[in-house]
Ligand binder design. Structure first.
Ligand SMILES: NC(=O)C1=CN([C@@H]2O[C@H](COP(=O)(O)OP(=O)(O)OC[C@H]3O[C@@H](n4cnc5c(N)ncnc54)[C@H](OP(=O)(O)O)[C@@H]3O)[C@@H](O)[C@H]2O)C=CC1
Ligand SMILES: O=C1O[C@H](COP(=O)(O)O)[C@@H](O)[C@H](O)[C@H]1O
Length: 490
C-alpha cells in the first residue's frame, strides 16, 4: 500500500457495541462517538447498536445514555441538539452471548450488508471466540466488517494464541483491530511525527548519543472497583505487556519507508523480537514488583490494595519497574527503564530520552555544571515536550552554567484540547485503517517476552515489595536504576 494524502472520509457504519451497558462503553466509547458526531464526522445513517443481557428496549437504553453521557464529556462540549441527534442513532438488543436463540434479533438490526459493520467487543476476552463464531453462524460477517478487541488479549501467550485463532477463524487479520488506547493518544502519535518529520533528532537517536531511556506511566488512583479483574492481572499484564511495550517500540523502532498501516507495525515487531529475554534469576535483578499499602494520597488516607481489591492475601503487583534492553545495532548497551504503578504520588506518564554527557568539560572555571541533555515527552496529565539544555545565565561576571528547558505545551500552542484516544481510534476502525492497532504477531511477541517474568514470579517465595500509597513505589525500584549510576526523572 502506498502512502496516502490526508485522512479518508469516515463512511456510514453500523457500530455494534457488545457490552453496551458496561463501564467502558458508557464512560469512553459512547462519549467518544458523541464527540465525533458533534464535530460532524458521523454520517446521518451511522447507527449504534448496543447489546447486553439487560432487558432494555430502545427507549430504555436511549434514556439511560441521555442520563449518563453528560458526566463523561466537558460541560462546554455538551450541545442539546447534537445530543438529541446522537441519541436517535442508538438502539439496544438484549442478547446473551451464550444463548444461540438471542442472536437473530441482532441480525435483524443489520439489514444492509454493503454498509461498514463494526463489532466492538467491550466484554470479557473469554467471550471473544464465542462472539466471532455466533456472528459467523448468524451470517453477520461481511467483507465490510471489522472486529474490535479490547485489552487484555488473554492472560498469557497460550490464551492470546487461542483468542487469535478463534477470531482468526472467522475474520481476516486486516479486519481485526486490537485496541491499545495509548496509541490513540495525541502525544504518542506526535512521537512519530517528532521523530520522522524532523531531521535533527535522527542522527542522535542511537547508542552513540543516548545514555538511556525511561518510560513511566504512574497513576495516582488505586484499582477502584476493578479489583476483580485486576487481581487476576497485575501491572505487568495490565500496563507493561501492552501500553509500555508499545511506547518502547515507538521510541526504539527504525524509520519505516513511510508511516503506513503495515510499515509501522513491521518495525514495532522487530523491536519486540529484539528485546533481550529476562529469564530465571535475571528476573530478580532486572524486575521489581510492588504492591501498595495504606497511605496518604493527595493528603487523604487511602486503603491498601488488598483492602481495595478485597483480596486479603493477594500477591498481585500494582507496581512494576523493569530494566530492558533492545539487542540491535542502534540500541546496543542502552538500557530502557520502564515503570508503572497505581497509587503513586502523582499521575504522570512520560518518555525520557537521556542523552550522554559532554565528552570533555569545556568551561573549567564556570560556576555550575553542564547537565546531560534530556528530551521529555509528556503524555499525561499535560501533553507536551521539553528539551533540557545547559545555558549561560546572563551576567557580566564569569560564566554561570544553568539548566534551562525549551517547552512545548500542546494545549497552549495549538489553543485546543486534544481529542480522547478513543475518538481517533474509533474513526480509524470505521475507515479501516489499522496503523494504530496491534497486529497479532506484535501481541504474541509481547506475551512471549513477558511470560518468563511471570514464570519466575510463580514461585511460592515470590512476593511483591510493599510501598505506601502516595509514594514513588518500592525502594528497590530506586536501587534498580541507581546501581547503574542513574536516577529516575521526577
Ligand atoms: N472499563 C475500562 O476502563 C476498560 C475496560 N477494558 C476491557 O473491556 C471489557 C469490558 O470492560 P467493562 O466495560 O469495564 O466491563 P463491565 O463489567 O462494566 O461491562 C461488561 C458488559 O458486558 C456485558 N456482558 C457481560 N456478559 C455478557 C454476556 N454473557 N452476554 C451479553 N453481554 C454480556 C454486560 O452487560 P450484562 O451483564 O447486562 O449482560 C456489560 O454491558 C473488559 O474486557 C475490560 O478488561 C479495557 C480497558 C479499559
Ligand atoms: O488500560 C489501562 O489503562 C489505564 C490507564 O490509562 P490512562 O489513559 O489513564 O493512562 C489503567 O488505569 C488501567 O488499569 C488499564 O487497564
Amino acid at each position: 500500500m502506498s502512502p496516502s494524502h490526508g485522512p479518508s472520509p469516515v463512511p456510514a457504519a453500523d457500530i455494534v457495541v457488545f457490552g453496551g451497558t458496561g463501564d467502558l462503553a458508557v464512560r469512553k466509547l459512547l462519549p467518544a462517538l458523541y464527540l465525533r458526531d458533534r464535530d460532524g464526522q458521523l454520517p446521518p445513517t451511522t447507527r449504534i447498536v448496543a447489546t447486553s443481557r439487560a432487558g432494555l428496549d430502545e427507549d430504555g437504553y436511549r434514556d439511560k445514555i441521555r442520563g449518563d453521557l453528560p458526566a463523561f464529556v466537558r460541560p462546554e462540549e455538551l450541545d442539546d441538539a447534537v445530543l438529541t441527534r446522537f441519541i436517535a442513532r442508538l438502539t439496544h438488543v438484549s442478547l446473551d452471548i451464550a444463548d444461540d436463540d438471542s442472536w437473530p434479533a441482532l441480525a435483524r438490526e443489520l439489514p444492509d450488508a454493503e454498509k461498514v459493520r463494526v463489532f466492538y467487543l467491550a466484554i470479557a476476552p473469554s467471550l471473544f471466540g464465542t462472539v466471532s463464531e455466533q456472528l459467523d453462524r448468524h451470517g453477520m460477517v461481511t467483507p465490510q466488517s471489522r472486529l474490535v478487541l479490547e485489552k487484555p488479549l488473554g492472560h498469557d501467550l497460550a490464551s492470546a494464541l487461542a483468542i487469535n485463532d478463534a477470531v482468526g477463524a472467522v475474520f481476516e487479520e486486516q479486519q481485526i483491530f486490537r485496541i491499545d488506547h495509548y496509541l490513540g493518544k495525541e502525544s504518542v502519535q506526535n512521537l512519530l511525527v517528532t521523530r520522522f518529520a524532523n531531521t535533527f533528532l535522527e542522527p542522535l537517536w542511537n547508542a552513540t548519543s543516548v545514555d538511556h531511556v525511561q518510560i513511566t506511566a504512574a497513576e495516582s488512583l488505586g484499582v477502584g472497583s476493578r479489583g476483580g479483574y485486576y487481581d487476576g492481572s497485575g501491572a505487568l499484564r495490565d500496563m507493561v505487556q501492552n501500553h509500555l511495550l508499545q511506547l518502547l517500540c515507538l521510541v526504539a523502532m527504525e524509520p519505516p519507508t513511510y508511516v503506513g498501516r503495515e510499515t509501522v507495525r513491521d518495525e514495532k515487531l522487530k523491536v519486540l523480537q529484539a528485546l533481550k529475554p529476562i529469564t530465571g534469576t535475571d528476573v530478580d535483578d532486572h524486575v521489581v514488583a510492588g504492591q501498595y499499602q495504606a497511605g496518604l494520597a493527595q493528603g487523604a488516607a487511602v486503603a491498601s490494595y488488598r483492602e481495595d481489591a478485597e483480596r486479603p492475601g493477594s500477591v498481585t503487583e500494582t507496581f512494576v519497574a523493569i530494566k530492558a534492553e533492545v539487542q540491535n545495532w542502534r540500541w546496543a548497551g542502552v538500557p530502557f527503564y520502564l515503570r508503572t504503578g497505581k497509587r503513586m504520588e502523582e499521575r504522570c506518564s512520560e518518555i525520557v530520552i537521556q542523552f550522554r554527557s559532554v565528552p570533555h568539560p569545556m568551561f573549567p572555571d564556570a560556576e555550575g555544571t553542564s547537565e546531560p541533555n534530556r528530551l521529555v515527552i509528556q503524555l499525561q496529565p499535560e501533553e507536551g515536550m521539553k528539551l533540557h539544555l545547559t545555558a549561560k545565565e546572563p551576567g557580566p561576571g564569569g560564566i554561570r552554567l544553568r539548566p534551562v528547558s525549551l517547552d512545548l505545551n500542546y494545549a497552549q500552542t495549538f489553543q485546543k484540547h486534544s481529542p480522547e484516544a478513543y475518538e481517533r481510534l474509533l474513526m480509524d476502525v470505521v475507515r479501516g485503517n489499522p496503523t494504530l492497532f496491534m497486529r497479532r504477531d506484535e501481541v504474541e511477541a509481547a506475551w512471549r517476552w513477558i511470560e518468563p517474568i511471570h514464570e519466575r514470579w510463580a514461585r511460592p517465595e515470590h512476593a511483591p515489595r510493599r510501598y505506601p500509597a502516595g509514594t514513588s513505589g518500592p525502594f528497590a525500584a530506586t536501587t534498580l536504576i541507581e546501581r547503574d549510576g542513574r536516577s529516575w526523572h521526577e
